[in-house]
Design a protein around this ligand. Structure first.
Ligand code: ADP
Length: 444
């Protein structure tokens, strides 16, 4: 297509330059005749005719001319100058006009002008054959016709080769991408050297693979941790039952075995419930129902729950509440769960005789909940990780206290889905404080 356009433009250009050249040639001839006339006119008509005849003989390249008087009667006419077959424009004294016509079956370009010499007007027709120029144009068109097919073929082959070369990296990306599966998620696509769109695409795909690998690792880790943590209590229950049944036991021994099994199964079902909640949250199907809730009511309930737990360990569990209600938009069950996790932990990780407190304050458009204890505290190194699933700080110490390391992960998820946040501050041996910020609704 572009070749056709190129040849078409060349053709037009060539034709234009031929027209200019032909016009220039006929004008030059006309001026020569004019000069001869000017030199010989004063010598009389006979002298003029003799000079013009000599000039005609001199022009061997097919150029013709005619000189006529004011009435159109010709004074001199080259051999072969027959009358033009097209209407002849009027000769003007001041300008040269051009026209194309056939003289004796050959095409000519004729320059026409009128000139006044010795008070007499002469009309001059200077004709140049256009055939040599037309032949040149024909030759050019023939070359065009012959050159076009091989050029198109070469261009097609070149285009095919170039596109194959530029698409080769895409083929490589497809081959590698097809190879990548769950078994080799760490595999990455080879990044092409040139800084182009393909390189950006490869880097984007690699980054996406990185994210998928990360999520996949987290899911695998979660499944492994969950099955490990579930196996332990099941093994404890089974071993307790097997040992109890191995021989005849006293009433007290049976009661002890049964209550251990009961305790472990309660903990296991709590853990299963947490796992289920996390799985639902990950799937985006936690089914939360957001309504305006009064945090004061929920915190009062959490404090009462904490106080009952604290009583079994000789702890105090107090609360600090504002006068007015504090409304947030949230799911009542999820908010209760968040508060219970923090309250349970405060009691769990505070030795007998300690103090725990839950408080609610507001600032600007936020509700601030803090759960403070005078417990064992958390190492600075662990503070960042305690909100991760299955993370339990200080393994040996935590082992003595029941738990699966899921509570704070759930607490953080609840705070986040409510548009809030949760943070922890702690000093080992002194105590910890967990702070939850939630966007508050304007009181009505
Ligand atoms: P769990 O309590 O079941 O182990 P959590 O996710 O609730 O799991 O807590 C994660 C870890 O954070 C706990 O194992 C414990 O090491 C630490 N932690 C949480 N709350 C407290 C607290 N109030 N005082 C000291 N350590 C705490």
């Amino acid at each position: 297509m572009s070749f056709l356009a190129f040849f078409w433009i060349c053709d037009i250009g060539f034709q234009k330059s031929i027209n200019t050249t032909v016009d220039a040639a006929s004008r030059a001839n006309l001026e020569t005749v004019e000069r001869v006339l000017a030199n010989t006119a004063p010598k009389g008509r006979e002298a003029v005719i003799a000079e013009l005849r000599d000039l005609d003989k001199l022009w061997a390249n097919g150029a013709l001319f005619e000189v006529a008087d004011a009435n159109g009667e010709w004074i001199f006419r080259s051999n072969g100058f027959l009358h033009p077959r097209t209407p002849v424009p009027n000769a003007s004294e001041n300008a040269v006009s051009f026209f194309t016509t056939n003289l004796d079956f050959n095409q000519y370009r004729i320059a026409l002008a009128a000139t006044r010499l010795n008070g007499e007007i002469f009309k001059i027709y200077a004709a140049v054959p256009t055939e040599p120029f037309d032949q040149a144009l024909d030759r050019f068109r023939l070359i065009e016709q012959e050159a076009l097919p091989p050029l198109v073929l070469i261009a097609t082959l070149l285009g095919y080769w170039l596109s194959g070369k530029s698409l080769a990296p895409v083929g490589e990306i497809i081959r590698t991408a097809e190879m990548i599966g769950v078994d080799n998620l760490s595999h990455r696509l080879e990044v092409p050297k040139p800084h182009d769109e393909l390189r950006r695409l490869t880097e984007t795909l690699n980054a996406m693979l990185g994210r998928i690998e990360n999520s996949f690792q987290r899911i695998t880790q979660f499944t492994a941790d969950a099955s490990h943590d579930l196996r332990t209590p099941v093994a404890v229950m089974r071993a307790t039952a097997e040992i109890a049944l191995r021989k005849q036991r006293t009433q007290t021994e049976y009661e002890e075995a049964l209550s251990r099994i009961l305790q472990t199964s309660v903990e296991t079902s709590a853990m299963l419930e947490n796992l289920l909640l996390i799985a639902r949250a990950d799937a985006g199907a936690a089914g939360l129902e957001m309504h305006p809730v009064d945090l004061k009511t929920h915190i009062r309930r959490a404090q009462e729950h904490g106080a009952i737990l604290a009583a079994t360990k000789s702890l105090s569990f107090t609360s600090q509440l504002p006068e007015s209600e504090v409304l947030v938009k949230g799911d009542a069950i999820a908010i209760d769960r968040l508060l219970m996790i923090l309250v349970d932990n405060a009691v769990k990780y505070t030795p007998p005789g300690g103090r725990c407190e839950i408080a609610l304050t507001t600032s600007e458009a936020e509700a601030h909940i803090s759960v403070k204890d005078s417990g064992v505290g958390i190492d600075t190194e662990d503070l960042e990780s305690i909100f991760e699933r299955f993370y339990r700080a200080d393994e040996t110490r935590s082992r003595e206290i029941s738990g699966a390391g899921l509570g704070l992960a759930i607490a953080r998820w609840i705070a986040n889905v409510h548009g809030g946040s949760i943070t922890a501050e702690s000093v080992i041996g002194t105590g910890s404080v967990f702070r939850v910020k939630l966007p508050a609704l304007a009181a009505v």
